[in-house]
Design a protein. Structure first.
Ligand SMILES: [Zn+2]
Lengths: 384, 173
């Protein structure tokens, strides 16, 4: 039996396209205050370890570890940054607790995407300097390449991808924290200007600012708190060889292997039976069905049609991205996966307000680290 | 430095510049505009006004410089704005004989941490000026030398440097 670890507190700011009035430190302080209040814990005496998920280049400050302790309660305490998505941060927290060296861990992630004046340069830095950067195209075109391959391989249609965007942006209307809620229809998506064809502008998630903190605890500690724990039943992460490596670029293998790891730990044989709802990466329209298939929640090439039929809607058979996803809430750098985890926790606790699902016993959150990576992580959370 | 003879053919700058060796060059052109937020935004605006402002925490009774909206010790919001002096004392210092690109300077750059009077061990890292290097000592009383008001722009450089307090000019420290 794997060690039992629970999420005992979640806090986040609203996610907004810009946040000119607050520094990243002030955003982080708000998220941390909310999370520790939610957990019912004193930041300075009852949390043993602090993690921040961030990439130095996105911050514009190297060795960013040095800039995070004060505002999350971690001054002169165990702190370091994980250069990965929030779900990778949760995996690190899980290992710290399972190893027995700490009982309670705070995991922080944030985005100040609006402060990056040259996002294109930031993306370019992630491209291979020998083979790709000299070509000089916008890195989002890598998603266009993958979208073409995915549509061709699976016979998923552009209309089905447009349904994903309309669904998620509309779902965000019921999420007061979402930055990019909109009442749009698939036709609006298809008729928006071409961006990285086959993708249109509306099929690319837009950035947002915000911060979130998730607090995890050992079973023993979690059971002593007032708050009903949400159990981390399985977690996995994986990195592939990348889209230009000559492997099949259409199938999100990183998500498949990360999910296998998480399902094995959670003892889930058939994910469609074991999972009630999911928050999956939807950085681009096609990513949602591609990821749903890689996660084994739909058969190959089935998720697009199922979306158009309403199977992934809030009242569907398998609600997906009820929060609004990255398309509706916003692209949040390393906090993207964290936002999905926060939604799964809210649903499992029955605290999702107007978007509360009726059946929410076990949920899944999945992240992808975005273009040009082949890195993803999966976490399965459960009420019991 | 003694020259060591190593096997092989040495590469020269010229070899690189003439493209005899294949290399790739990627100049970084990343740019950021950080939101200063409530605390640092106000701090910078007050520098423009020729004043230094901090935030006080009523629980630990400290006045924080630079100001922040949260107290890192108590983990709670700070309570009030508080102007502090533009004087202080040298907490520690270094005479930097090299620039940040490691080139040598004629006269050392005088770098110091100034504990601002009225703050609780609050430190500003800044330059010392109008002082001979050998006179600098820990605990030395210093005062800010501001740029003229019309040149100030809400930057830590609105203070040119800190100079020793002259008791004749400034009164008793
Ligand atoms: Zn305090």
């Amino acid at each position: 039996m794997p060690t039992k670890v629970a999420i005992i507190g979640v806090g986040h700011t609203a996610f907004r396209a810009t946040s000119p009035g607050l520094s990243y430190k002030e955003l982080m302080f708000e998220a941390a205050t909310r999370a520790y209040e939610d957990a019912g814990l004193d930041a300075r005496s009852e949390i043993d370890s602090f993690l921040t998920c961030s990439e130095d280049l996105a911050e514009g400050t190297s060795i960013f570890d040095e800039y995070v302790p004060d505002q999350i309660g971690g001054a002169e305490r165990p702190v370091y940054t994980v250069s990965g998505d929030t779900i990778q941060g949760l995996a690190t927290a899980y290992m710290q607790i399972a190893s027995g060296i700490v009982d309670v861990v705070s995991v922080e992630a944030h985005s100040k995407a609006s402060n990056v004046v040259t996002p294109g340069e930031l993306h370019a830095f992630a491209l291979d300097p020998i083979f790709v950067r000299p070509l000089g195209f916008n890195a989002h075109a890598m998603a266009g390449l993958e979208a073409s391959a995915y549509l061709a391989t699976t016979s998923t249609t552009r209309e089905q991808c447009a349904h994903v965007v309309a669904k998620n942006r509309r779902n965000a209307l019921a999420n007061p924290s979402a930055a990019h809620a909109a009442a749009i229809d698939p036709q609006d998506v298809l008729s928006s200007p071409p961006a990285f064809a086959p993708l249109t502008e509306l099929e690319v998630s837009a950035p947002a600012d915000g911060a979130l903190v998730i607090v995890l605890a050992s079973e023993e500690r979690a059971k002593k708190l007032k708050r009903q724990p949400v159990w981390l039943r399985g977690i996995g992460w994986s990195t592939g060889s990348g889209i230009t490596s000559g492997t099949d670029g259409s199938s999100a293998d990183y998500a498949r292997s990360a999910a296998e790891m998480a399902y094995r730990m959670a003892g889930i044989g058939d994910p469609r039976q074991g999972i009630d709802f999911a928050e999956v990466d939807d950085s681009y329209s096609y990513k949602e069905p591609q990821h749903l298939e890689a996660l084994g929640l739909f058969g190959p090439g089935r998720a697009g049609a199922a979306t158009a039929d309403g199977a992934t809607a809030r009242d569907g058979d398998l609600p997906v991205n009820v929060s609004g996803g990255s398309l509706g809430v916003g692209q949040l750098f390393e906090a993207s996966g964290g936002q999905k985890v926060a939604e799964v926790v809210a649903q499992l606790r029955g605290e999702a307000g107007p978007r509360q699902l009726k059946k929410a016993k076990t949920g899944l959150a999945q992240s992808w680290r975005g273009i040009p990576t082949a890195t993803g992580a999966v976490v399965v959370l459960s009420r019991d | 430095m003694t020259e060591r003879t190593l096997p092989g053919t040495p590469l020269s700058d010229e070899d690189m510049q003439q493209g005899k060796v294949l290399t790739l060059n990627w100049p970084a052109s990343l740019r950021y505009e950080w939101d200063t937020g409530v605390a640092i935004g106000r701090f910078l605006r007050e520098l423009k006004n020729g004043r230094i402002i901090g935030r006080s925490c009523h629980r630990c009774q400290r006045v924080l410089i630079p100001p922040r909206m949260f107290c890192e010790r108590c983990f709670r919001p700070t309570d009030a704005w508080q102007f502090v002096q533009d004087s202080g004392s040298v907490n520690t210092y270094s005479l930097s004989h090299l620039r940040w690109d490691a080139s040598r300077v004629e006269e050392p750059i005088l770098v110091a941490v100034i504990e601002i009077d009225g703050s609780s061990q609050g430190g500003l890292l800044h330059y010392l000026g109008d002082v001979r290097p050998e006179e600098i000592h820990i605990g030395m009383k210093v005062k800010a030398v501001w740029k003229p008001a019309e040149e100030r722009e809400g930057s830590i450089l609105d203070i040119r440097h800190f100079r020793p307090i002259d008791t004749a000019q400034d009164g008793p420290a």
